[in-house]
Design a protein around this ligand. Structure first.
Ligand SMILES: O=c1[nH]c(=O)c2[nH]c(=O)[nH]c2[nH]1
Length: 296
């Protein structure tokens, strides 16, 4: 019978890791969600239940915690590289390790205007992310951001679209544009990059472009954001963006005898337009195995 095992991987998903590093009275907090996915010669466990090549997902979880103790976590890209290389180097049958990390931000609580030593408030929904894929002595790093919510209350139009028998949407030259940015960018190379600075500047570039680019569509804004990142950051080969159009509909106030001059909106949560695309550098390195899976 012509049946065989298809592509497979296994690992521990969403290990919740919080670390506290003490510098005298000042505590430094890190809050990560770490997932591992291993690939390799794993046919036996699937076909016969022979687990001799299966590093338990429980062990993978423990490795995350032990590594966090043995060495300061540092940048999520470096932590993921250390974990991925460890799994590939120590497990004979494992040929590929993919480590995905999301970092949740915490801000110090201000007390009388002074940031507190050891009390924090969650920074919101935004998360810094990375997915590192390690194979033999190569690694590919794809980093990004999730849940970066932005809105502009001017500088956005949408018109000139086709009208058929089902079109009701009014053309507009003044609307609210809002989205929650999911971005992924792939780095050329896996060393010599200041991950934190790169992340900070890519995010600043995307935000600045969102703010200043006069928008005729969210698609146009998406490409402008990606293009600006590639122009500013030579270490990045490609940027992929997934932008939900968080619609803000004008409320019809005429039943109440009131006019609505773009002042009162209904923020709908669904359905939403979902605009996705990428900007690619012409002479970019090949994406390697990391990109398609790592993105979304
Ligand atoms: O920026 C937009 N792009 C679209 O494709 C679209 N479609 C829609 O209904 N509104 C919008 N806005």
């Amino acid at each position: 019978m012509g049946i065989s095992l298809g592509p497979n991987q296994y690992g521990k998903a969403e290990v919740r890791l919080v670390t506290v590093r003490r510098e005298g009275a000042v505590h430094h907090l890190r809050d990560l969600t770490v997932s591992s996915a291993l690939r390799g010669d794993l046919t036996e466990t699937h076909l016969t239940g022979d687990n001799s090549a299966v590093l338990a997902t429980d062990t993978q979880k423990n490795t995350v915690y032990a590594f966090a103790k043995r060495q300061d976590v540092g940048e999520i890209e470096d932590f993921a590289l250390r974990l991925g290389r460890h799994f590939v180097r120590t497990q004979e049958k494992i040929t590929s390790a993919r480590i995905t990390i999301a970092e949740h931000g915490w801000d110090r609580i201000p007390v009388d205007g002074v940031p507190h030593d050891h009390a924090f408030s969650r920074s919101g929904d935004e998360r810094r992310t990375t997915t590192v894929t390690v194979q033999a002595d190569r690694a590919w790093v794809v980093s990004g951001v999730d849940g970066l919510v932005v809105l502009k209350s001017a500088g956005s139009e949408f018109h000139g679209f086709p009208r058929d028998e089902y079109t009701t949407l009014a053309e507009t030259d003044d609307r609210i544009l809002a989205t929650a940015v999911t971005a992924r960018w792939r780095y050329q190379g896996d060393s010599g990059i200041d991950w934190a600075k790169s992340h900070r500047e890519i995010k600043a570039t995307m935000l600045e472009t969102f703010a200043t680019k006069h928008s005729l569509s969210l698609q146009q804004t998406l490409y402008a954001m990606g293009e600006a990142v590639l122009r500013a950051r030579p270490e990045v080969a490609e940027v992929r963006l997934s932008l939900p159009n968080k619609h803000h509909f004008l409320v019809d106030l005429s039943p109440f005898g009131l006019e609505n001059h773009n002042e009162v909106f209904y923020a709908a949560d669904r359905p939403y337009g979902l605009i996705e695309g990428s900007a690619v550098r012409d002479e970019a390195e090949e994406p390697g195995p990391a990109w398609t899976d790592a993105v979304l």
